[in-house]
Design a protein around this ligand. Structure first.
Ligand SMILES: [Zn+2]
Length: 342
């Protein structure tokens, strides 16, 4: 099979098209022939080589897996050859307390597609069969690629983690990215009031089109005033995938009793925290990424009934994933960067 191989750590030039033997599904696994995958920040962290994130080279990146079941291993009864599927990106041991509760992302033996096991930057991918969900024909494969990583993280953050209620505000940094655009629409679907920051006029216009109530320029002098005009006591939650660069502002804009939802570190991974202000203001600092298979199933239903319409800004053949990564690094992309397979 053709695969895009990570051959060394470095910039996008270390990705090379190559051939790998098509994997054979082991017991409990299914082989998926890819229709679409996607580019994520996690791919960049792994590619660049990050402390604590080690992979064996050559490695196949890609947390988003959408396609057709091509073969199943021993004992698999939940999917059959030919089924159109989408994979939950995290699997667990399947039998610990966390896994039994459906929270495989909390399993100590967690495996993330494209990190602990080969991912979606290849024509075929072996995944645990229990990670697979049926994908309706009505959902285009490229659109589905926005769901496993970006969509699931946004949905998990606002529902299970923050348990936000209709009418509450959520501020979203990077409102025009894949996570941002999914977050706006999911927030709207939940009856929340999404407020965003985005770095260009075009990106802010996209955010407003997708349902943001307010779209701010993070560099504007009147940023805080405009935010206060719609959320006088502060926002109920902040979804912060940027990290150290935005954390102080996230901390200051959240209301008393509000929540800081941390799910990324593209702007740095360490930030000072005032313990005093945190307890004085009854703040919750919550860390998260991805989510459960059940949450992904709910999200698939929201997309199938058109309540949520993922914005795919870029569709490219999977062989051009290096260019997709460069686009993501340039921060010029809008919405999801989908990788398509012929
Ligand atoms: Zn487990």
């Amino acid at each position: 099979m053709k695969a895009l191989l990570l051959t060394a750590h470095g910039d996008a030039s270390v990705l090379a098209c190559g051939e790998l033997p098509t994997p054979t599904p082991g017991p409990g696994e299914a082989l998926v022939r890819l229709q679409a995958s996607g580019v994520n920040h996690m791919d960049l962290l792994i590619r660049n080589g990050y402390p604590g994130i080690a992979v064996q080279l050559p490695h196949v990146l890609g947390g988003d897996v959408v396609g057709l079941v091509a073969a199943v291993g021993r004992g698999v009864t939940t999917v059959r050859e030919g089924d159109r599927v989408i994979a939950a990106p995290v699997s667990g041991c399947g039998h610990c307390e966390r896994c039994v509760e459906g929270q495989e992302f909390l399993c100590d033996a967690w495996q993330y597609l494209g990190f602990h096991r080969p991912g979606g930057y290849a024509q075929f991918c072996c995944v645990p069969a229990r990670s697979l969900l049926a994908l309706p024909e009505s959902i285009d494969a490229g659109i589905a690629a926005a769901l496993p990583v970006a969509g699931l993280t946004a949905f998990h953050a606002m529902t299970s983690v923050a348990q936000l209620r209709a009418g509450q505000t959520i501020f979203i940094w990077g409102g025009a990215g894949a996570l941002g655009t999914m977050s706006i629409q999911i927030a709207r679907a939940l009856g929340l009031r999404p407020l965003i920051a985005a770095s260009s006029e075009e990106k802010r216009a996209l955010g407003l089109r997708l349902g943001a109530e307010l779209a701010l320029d993070p560099n504007d002098a009147d940023f805080a005033d405009r935010l206060r005009a719609v959320a006088p006591a502060g926002v109920d939650a902040v979804l912060d995938s940027v990290g150290a660069q935005t954390f102080p502002r996230s901390f200051s804009m959240v209301r008393k009793g509000g929540q800081l939802l941390l799910c990324g570190m593209i702007g740095g991974r360490e930030a000072p925290l005032s313990i005093h202000q945190t307890y004085l203001r009854h703040l919750s600092v919550r860390g998260l990424y991805l989510g459960s298979r059940a949450e992904l199933a709910t999200l698939v239903r929201l997309v199938a009934d058109r309540t949520v319409n993922p914005h795919i800004g870029t569709r490219i053949p999977f062989e051009q994933a290096a260019a997709g990564q460069q686009l993501l690094e340039s921060r010029r992309n809008q919405g999801k960067i989908a990788l398509l397979f012929s």
